[in-house]
Design a protein. Sequence first.
Length: 446
Amino acid sequence: MINPAQENAMMLASILGIDEELAAARLEKTILITADEAVTDWAREIQELLQRTVRVTRDPEVAAHLEIVLGQTKRRTILPCLFAAYDERGVTVSKDAPNRMGDAPSLFVYIAGIAVAGASLAAAIDDVSLPSAPLPLEVDFKEMGVPVDVLQQEFNLDGAVLIGAGAVAHGFLRACRFLKVTGELAIVDPKKVGAGNPNRCLYLDESDVGQDKAVALRARAQSDFQNLRLTSFVGEYKEFGKKYGPSKTAIVTVDSRRARRSIQTELPGRVLDASTTDIRAVVVHSHRQPNPFACLSCIYKHIPDELARERSIADGLGVDLETVKEAFISDEAAKLICRSHPSLEPERLVGMAYDSLFKQLCGEHALRTPEGKQVLAPFAFVSMLAGVLLACEFVRSEVDLANTNYWTVDPWRAPIARLRRLRPRLSDCEFCSKPSVDRAAREVWG
């Protein structure tokens, strides 16, 4: 069974173009955190982000590879060192102590912590093949597009559905800790927690492996919210829609282009979406119905690589392509897979996602395919960034600031607001190019 460390090593190996054993060695790093008392909570958040990828210590007597100094305090070692501090305007991560000291809204402080985690990992791994992470790193909170006064408002989530209970969903809920959210939020996911998931799902640990993802996330996260009730639905979103009707808001965090297009066909009233491209990019998309601009099917148009991955999964597992497109393993498919992989047990495979099993077998070296890298999971800080940007887009949409529908952010650099775009519809979109879609949207949502 693939474990969190293997997940991280597989991702790094794919990025650096090295084997997994060498990548694992690159991640055998320890980071020392030194923080003044004023930023104790910030230091704890940063530690939680980093320790899903590398070792973290607060003890200067422990052998470490990098020290990060948070706030207005002095370094404690002669190790390579990064300094980080924030104020109401932003955060700086540098090789020299930054001239910043002040307060900021908790959501922005969390964003600052994600920036520190990314810069620290880049410095610890120290490889030119990593995405560029220049220092000093300066993050201006204004680039998030969320005015400070808006963060004091109350946001009601009644009628909203969090689709997917993976790492980006965890990032979204962890960001929502710092918002005044009320109402009820349903978490929808048909999958179970895999052994590798705790490398980036910050609410989970190894004891959650094998549990339903939606149930585990609800149980772990509920204590963070006094006025928001979390519920769980184990199944696909289309099943949820059949039972409860079109969702007022779909908060989309699934990890498949096909799944996103399927969600769009259910015609939710508002879509808020975030995705990651391994460790190199985060994409945020949003729209409301009726929608004259790009929809999820426009943003995640079918591409040849989708079939390439699905063919690899089909070939590797011993089933046909059409079977893989069903997404989840049936009784019959489980028996076919076990013919090709006799060490597996059919009853343990039923209901499992094909890409999850494929990733597991790749991690155990039972499969070797070039397309395996397409199902790899990003580092924790990348998923958390996607989740927090999704929360920011939610806030912007709530107060009618979402005048764009697409934003790409480099997780290793500062977010740049001017890169926001208003993407048009695709004339050949499989969903919104149909005249019936606009008629249905007006009928359902007015």
